[in-house]
Ligand binder design. Structure first.
Ligand code: AVI
Length: 326
């Protein structure tokens, strides 16, 4: 029987400067804090809990699409590809595809070292025939393959599930897609999940579940600032607000000050009036054609798009075309 094969490549990514980014965001108007800071240990647990709420349909819909179409995806991509997953710290959804794809190697990339190591070891144990090259890197800054990753007989394929593309603004999304296109090269593929535009009630509920888990996830950011940056946010004086802006086509998540108050963070004082907000996340929703247009700006053409039985969520298969004049 094949033995699990795993290589761990530590590219020593510079950790995000939590203090500097939070202070810069609180000095700005409108105030904002980047959503990447949601994911401390408690935030990651809360995110997992969100994906199991009845209102947050995204994860279930995407799993349904991948499961229903795994054979067709494998048929289109062939075997022997090099499968790369930027941000693939938990290697969860890729399991649906591995048996069909039989890639020559799987390269999950993530900044969270121990989380990546544990997940990569688990996937290698579960698929003993699979060569795993886990790469600890900040893929938003540098998207390169680790040294030693094999040259595949098949194409290079990137996998970016979860509608995480929606957490970039459209310009940032095109930049990210461009970096993926460079990584996989001409003829390479991207399989990517993108949440679709839909009625406001469904979207508002998905980001403000009745059990209050998304609210806890949002408020945990303030608890993290208190703990790690010597902040004194009074959590009971803040509330979660999420709404779908139908004109812009995005969910906005905010923390709303319930009263006039002063807050100290890392020695600096910030004043808030009642109703002032801190914008903590945007989650863009795309019609299929709109998303394909965005991907085209980054050099991809659409090969296929699949949706779940309720038409809520799309998984796009994109391929990098030859550069103009080639
Ligand atoms: C990680 N990301 C795709 C989630 C989303 O739907 O935008 C994060 C999230 N925020 C609140 N609920 C889920």
């Amino acid at each position: 029987m094949a033995r699990p094969s795993i290589q761990f490549h530590d590219l020593h990514p510079t950790p995000a400067d939590f203090a500097a980014e939070v202070l810069a965001g609180l000095r700005r108007h409108p105030r904002c804090i980047p959503p990447k800071f949601f994911y401390d240990a408690r935030g990651s647990q809360l995110f997992d809990a969100i994906t199991a709420t009845p209102e947050y349909y995204l994860t279930r819909a995407e799993v349904e699409v991948l499961t229903a179409n795994a054979a067709e995806i494998a048929h289109r991509l062939g075997t022997g590809s090099l499968l790369v997953e930027p941000g693939g710290g938990s290697c969860a959804k890729v399991r649906i595809l591995l048996e069909g794809l039989r890639p020559c190697a799987y390269v999950p990339m993530d900044i969270s070292r121990e989380h990546l190591r544990a997940a990569a070891e688990e996937v290698a144990a579960e698929f003993p025939w699979l060569e795993v090259h886990a790469s600890c890197t900040d893929f938003t800054r540098a998207m390169t393959l680790p040294e030693g990753a094999p040259e595949p007989e098949g194409p290079r394929v990137a996998f970016f599930p979860g509608s995480s593309i929606g957490n970039f603004d459209p310009e940032g999304a095109v930049r990210f897609l461009g970096a993926v296109a460079t990584l996989v090269g001409t003829g390479g593929f991207l399989l990517i999940g993108a949440d679709r535009k839909k009625d406001k009630a469904t979207l508002d509920a998905a980001y403000d579940d009745a059990a209050g888990i998304t609210a806890d996830f949002n408020l945990n950011l303030l608890a993290r600032i208190n703990r790690e940056l010597g902040g004194d946010f009074a959590l009971e004086a803040w509330r979660h607000r999420a709404f779908y802006d139908e004109v812009v086509g995005r969910i906005e998540m905010h923390l709303v000050s319930e009263r006039e108050q002063s807050v100290r963070v890392a020695g600096e004082v910030f004043r808030f009036a009642a109703g002032d907000t801190i914008h903590t996340e945007s989650s863009y929703k795309y019609a299929d054609a709109e998303f394909q247009g965005l991907a085209a700006c980054a050099g991809f053409r659409s090969e296929a798009v699949w949706t779940d039985s309720r038409g809520l969520f799309a998984v796009h298969l994109l391929q990098v075309g030859a550069p103009p004049g080639a």
